[in-house]
Design a protein around this ligand. Structure first.
Ligand code: AMP
Ligand code: TRP
Length: 326
């Protein structure tokens, strides 16, 4: 079985981009992978978040994983901060990475924009992500397109470390879906849908009420030429609706475009398809959130299993780099 690891920040509600870009693949492959899925609360600290909100969202994200279809008997679900090997390994990797390569990370450039007040953790964020992955000797990392560059960095750090100190790390590979690897904002179709963009109309949260999903699709930005065609460059709004329908139905966006002559009809079908896809998840989510004790117990079991593996990798890396054993 291939070892797999991926993570999501508990910095906001899970949205359709998280599901189609990442979580859907996790669910599809459970049973054939030896998989670890982590709620990366330490990463959420790189931007301002209220402590009570962070605690609440960490549990909500765990409930979201289960509601979306992950089975805790087949995969390990845990909270990043419960496993101390992550930040410990991150330090060894920070001393492997260079300022130059971290400066080239586009996510830092987008969120940090060179301001003095940006948190130092946002700059070193990709190194902590590398530690998350390398600690589990993950061969595959199922993520959306926006994480491709971070995976490249992870590979480079692992290769460099192994070169200097011996074969400690497995070199991981990103697995990025062929459809919906980058789900766009419904109001700003040139930007990716994201937890951090405060545009409630642009984002569809995974456990949103059906009537709200219908409203948001109805208001989604299109264009004025009135032709249903798939061209993400010239017709980003319409193309992104076709992408959503394609992800929900399995038919290619080009074939779907040929079936429609009016934006209204396309939007009605997109809304129906998304409601059909998401409604059962919403029911499960509401049920799970009614018993947080069960979730906490599950996360504790996950952390125990994760801790053992991550700690063993950390110890090997620490020994290889020359830290004296205790
Ligand atoms: P985040 O919400 O940034 O923690 O992302 C968690 C996972 O969802 C990562 O694998 C991302 O690549 C993926 N993801 C986030 N936003 C999108 C999006 N708009 N389209 C596709 N995948 C996404
Ligand atoms: N950086 C990822 C994101 O914002 C989240 C993440 C943290 C992650 N650690 C990871 C993803 C390890 C995959 C593997 O989406």
């Amino acid at each position: 079985m291939a070892r797999v690891l991926s993570g999501v920040q508990p910095s906001g509600d899970l949205h359709l981009g998280n599901y189609l870009g990442a979580i859907q693949q996790w669910v599809a492959n459970q049973g054939s992978d030896d998989a670890f899925y982590t709620i990366v609360d330490l990463h959420a600290l790189t931007q301002s978040i209220d402590p009570a909100e962070l605690r609440r969202r960490t549990l909500e994200t765990a409930a979201g994983f289960l509601a979306a279809g992950l089975d805790p008997n087949q995969v390990t679900i845990f909270v990043q901060s419960h496993v101390p090997a992550h930040p410990r390994l991150a330090w060894l990797l920070e001393c492997t990475a260079t300022m130059g390569e971290l400066n080239r990370m586009t996510q830092f450039k987008d969120k940090g924009r060179g301001t003095e007040s940006v948190r130092a953790g946002l700059f070193t964020y990709p190194v902590l992500m590398a530690a998350d992955i390398l600690a589990y000797e993950a061969e595959f990392v199922p993520v959306g397109e926006d994480q491709r560059q971070h995976l490249e960095l992870t590979r480079n750090l692992a290769i460099r470390f192994n070169h200097h100190y011996g074969e400690v790390f497995v070199i991981p590979e990103a697995t990025i879906p062929t459809v919906a690897a980058r789900v766009m904002d419904l109001q700003l179709p040139n930007q990716k849908m994201s937890k951090s963009i405060p545009s409630p109309l642009g984002r569809i949260d995974l456990f949103e009420a059906p009537e709200d999903i219908a409203k948001k699709i109805k208001k989604a930005v299109t264009d004025t030429d009135g032709i249903v065609a798939y061209n993400p460059e010239t017709k980003p709004g319409v193309s992104s609706l076709l992408d959503l329908l394609s992800a929900a139905t399995g038919t290619s966006p080009g074939d779907l475009a040929a079936k429609y002559t009016r934006y209204g009809d396309l939007k009605a079908d997109v809304a129906d398809a998304l409601i059909t896809l998401l409604s059962p998840m919403r029911e499960r989510y509401l049920h799970l959130m009614s018993d947080p004790g069960e979730l906490t117990a599950l996360l504790r079991r996950g952390a125990t299993k994760a801790d053992e593996i991550a700690n063993a990798t950390y110890e090997r890396a620490a020994a290889a780099i020359g830290l004296l054993p205790r």
